[in-house]
Design a protein around this ligand. Structure first.
Ligand code: AMP
Ligand code: GLY
Length: 414
């Protein structure tokens, strides 16, 4: 069986490592993959958003099954295009991927179906947004409607900051078209957790919980990023919170998508916050989280291909088992990330990692047999342990043994 994985980051590396455990899979291709993925799959020099080329490649190479992992190709209709050519896929079609592709869509869906989330207003005109901000409670949260690489959210601590964010998005175009509409939302407080579920229409199969760490620098400081580290499971989230999140958030959302005529198939990611009033949705994603996947999938003991095909074929789901061991991982990022950064620095000591460590490549290239930095987030180094402290210590020791002059990481986080 030949599998195509669309994407080229740490999430895709973790998916490919899990797929490799299935002995019926003879070949895995990655579009475009990366330096580290090249050790586990055949990398094809087609970017994840070149939908036509991906389809052409899949047809020519008689791909049996495709996994479309990143948000952009999902929102652009990569699954629709592959399915049109008869290639079964794991991932939502474009009309369901909009749950991530448009914050206005997801907020309106939550309002209509009573799914707990922060109160909000949508603005299409900058002047109206600025007027609203004159009296809005502060801090406030400004969100670009469309995709923005996890950077389209500004938490404004002052009215001026909020207005600048609105101007930057709606007039300055810092997120391009994604910022032409904005959501201004109530600021919520509490610990966040990532609840990813395999979803097939109304059927929802939860994964183990994880938490990612959004701020770029230690001490919860610095700008928001796509995620600088993660761990799984999340002890601060009680069974009651989990039950509530499944029954009152994820299942009703899946049912709402069916009712709206855009049934979701794939991974629905609930970014939730445990507020004093209970769990509320911060965001939905239409895919596996990154770096959450790198701490969640290593704990999966069931066959991931069986799960993927049960979802794609609308067939009965096998039992989904998780290891008792816990995981914690640190992202090693290029200095400057999430702002500008340089690429091409050699990374040494990646071979011979000790037992209980998994290194997933997020943004690397392979040049003359040497790994080099090739992205903002470069590596996700994950440790296994009996508890979070052990996983943390192991991961940190591994991170410290990796040599590269242009990488940084946060010591206390996972
Ligand atoms: P998002 O891309 O929507 O997940 O937002 C990125 C991060 O901004 C979240 O993980 C939160 O830490 C923070 N955030 C987003 N919305 C809110 C909110 N309404 N209240 C407080 N923090 C928020
Ligand atoms: N780590 C957050 C995300 O994948 O969007």
């Amino acid at each position: 069986m030949k599998i195509l994985v669309v994407g080229g980051g740490g999430r895709e590396h973790a998916i490919i490592r899990s797929l490799k455990k299935n002995t019926n899979i003879t070949e895995i291709f990655a579009c475009p993959g990366n330096g580290g993925i090249a050790a586990d799959a055949t990398c094809v020099a087609i970017s994840a958003t070149e939908i036509e080329k991906i389809v052409e490649f899949a047809v020519e190479n008689k791909i049996d099954y495709a996994v479309v992992a990143p948000d952009d190709p999902l929102v652009l209709g990569c699954v629709d295009a592959l399915e049109e050519k008869g290639i079964p896929c794991f991932g939502p079609r474009a009309n369901a991927a909009i749950i991530e592709g448009s914050k206005v869509f997801s907020k309106n869906l939550m309002k209509k179906y009573n799914i707990p989330t922060a109160a909000y207003e949508v603005f299409e005109e900058m002047e109206a947004a600025l007027t609203y901000l004159e009296d809005a409670p502060i801090p406030t949260v400004i969100k670009a409607d469309g995709l923005a690489l996890g950077k389209g959210v500004i938490i404004a601590q002052t009215r001026d900051e909020a207005k600048t964010a609105v101007r930057d998005m709606m007039e300055g175009g810092i997120f391009g078209k994604s910022g032409s509409r904005v959501v201004i939302e109530e600021f919520l407080t509490g610990p966040e957790f990532s609840f990813m579920c395999f979803v097939d229409g109304e059927d929802v199969y939860p994964m183990t919980l994880s938490q990612d760490h959004k701020r770029a620098y230690e001490g919860d400081k610095g700008p928001n990023t796509g995620g600088m580290g993660a761990y799984s499971p999340v002890p601060i989230i009680s069974d009651e919170d989990l039950e509530f999140s499944l029954e009152k958030v994820m299942k009703p959302t899946a049912a709402a998508m069916v009712a709206e005529g855009c049934p979701f198939t794939g991974v629905l990611y609930g970014g939730l916050m445990k507020t004093p009033q209970g769990p509320k949705v911060i965001e939905f994603n239409c895919r596996f989280g990154d770096p959450e996947t790198e701490v969640v999938l290593p704990r999966l003991e069931s066959d991931i291909y069986d799960i993927f095909s049960a979802v794609a074929d609308h067939a009965p789901m096998p039992e989904i088992k998780w290891s008792e061991k816990v995981t914690m991982g640190f992202v090693m990022a290029s200095k400057g990330y999430p702002g500008d950064y340089e690429k091409g620095y050699e990374i040494r000591n990646l071979d011979n990692m000790p037992e209980g460590i998994r290194v997933f490549h997020m943004g690397t290239s392979l040049k003359d047999g040497k790994y080099c930095t090739a992205g903002g987030r470069v590596l996700m180094v994950v440790g296994f342990g009996a508890d979070l402290q052990e996983a943390h210590d192991k991961a940190l020791a591994a991170v410290e043994s990796i040599e590269c002059e242009n990488l940084f990481y946060g010591r206390e986080r996972g």
